[in-house]
Design a protein around this ligand. Sequence first.
Ligand code: ADP
Ligand code: MG
Length: 466
Amino acid sequence: MKISAASAGDHHTPTEAAWEAIRLSLRRSCGDRIFDGWLKPLALGECDLDSGEVRLTAPSAFMAEWVENDFAEQITAAWRAMLPHVARVSIVAGAEAPQRATFAVSAEPAPAAEPQPDAEASIPAGSSQLDPRYTFDSFVVGKANELAYNAARTLAEGGKLGFNPLFLHAGVGLGKTHLMHAIGHEYRARHPHARILYMTSEKFMFEFVAAMRAKDTHSFKQRLRNADVLLIDDVQFIAGKDSTQEEFFHTMNELISAGRRLVISADRSPQTLEGIEARIQSRLSWGLVADINSADFELRYNIIVKKLEGLPKGTVPDDVALFLAKRISASVRELEGALNRVIAFATLHNRPIDLDFAQEHLADQLRASQRRVSIDEIQRKVCDHYRIRQSEMGSARRAREVARPRQVAMYLAKQLTQRSLPEIGRRFGGRDHTTVIHAVKTIEALRARDAELDADVRLLLRQLEG
Ligand code: ADP
Ligand code: MG
């Protein structure tokens, strides 16, 4: 099925309806300023829903490239939240767009740029775009993130610093970028003339490579060195990329020595960043390394409550908020996405939000966001519970005290993972898939008549589902 937006005339092909809702949700998730500057001008291009290809067009090649570079991930995620089978969203220059001759990153001003008071000291537009929504005030603190939060605050307050750099690490969608922007805002509020430079590591590489091509790495480095606070996000993308990596870490070293405040984020700890010299790793670990853990239920719920503060009371009833907090546990980003999606759909259909509505519109996401449990994790938990050794999961012993837990584990593997029966069998000492079927049936039957076993299984399910 090919749909061309231009020929679809009066709106509301399914794709167009989705696009409208996606725009709403992007506005919510990116903030008005970024949305109006970068995303609003995008138009729906040709979409092929069979192959899952979506095309958006931008008014210029420069803008297409920039949006692709900075927002592709967010845009794709927003599409998938709405239409899960979307495989790829590409952003291209519209047919009427002027074609660029050569591409120079820093030569062209960003459309949403704030006026730059002083060219010499100014930080390029892209980097001064701290997202206005990502502040300390809007960051909800819980057990999972209090160390990172406190460190970020200390660094942002600008007093004497006992550590540098601050290295934040956490899985995706847990608030690293949010905290970095918050540092930028806070520092700027306290030091209005401070130069704050926020960069994703992709942008760092992009600009560095462009500077090398233009044979002008000097001014690039100068710009970094001029920053009072330098925030570099997602450095795992730099790791392993030889010349950029080297340049990056040398510059970081100089900055640290010069007493500049440096904040680095990555999806893993400094010790596990690959392809980085030991010397640099240890330099990074001299600072403060703070990790952010997965949000627990309480934090998830508090985050929802916080996100709803700006909306009319009752927009999202409390039972729906509790439901989302309970069920969407993979990351805060997914939680937020689910919330945005429900609100966008309700706006689109002009319907109040209740539990049924939320369940219906989040079915795919609920399935996808269930914590992915591994067979190994299941085996470990089951063995812990029954106090047997994990090697018994694959052993040939048939004594009841190990055979039953083994069956429970197989049953849980079938319930909680996507693994096929033969695969599950293989992970239990190379057993046949019929053995797995037998185990599943046995436990199902036992659960109905053996209250103790049923309680065991419930407990394990609860623990494993998080
Ligand atoms: P990361 O950079 O770690 O992938 P982000 O900082 O982009 O994650 O966070 C994803 C989304 O979740 C953002 O919209 C952010 O505002 C939100 N978020 C994450 N943690 C919190 C928190 N503790 N309080 C409020 N919002 C949060
Ligand atoms: Mg991030």
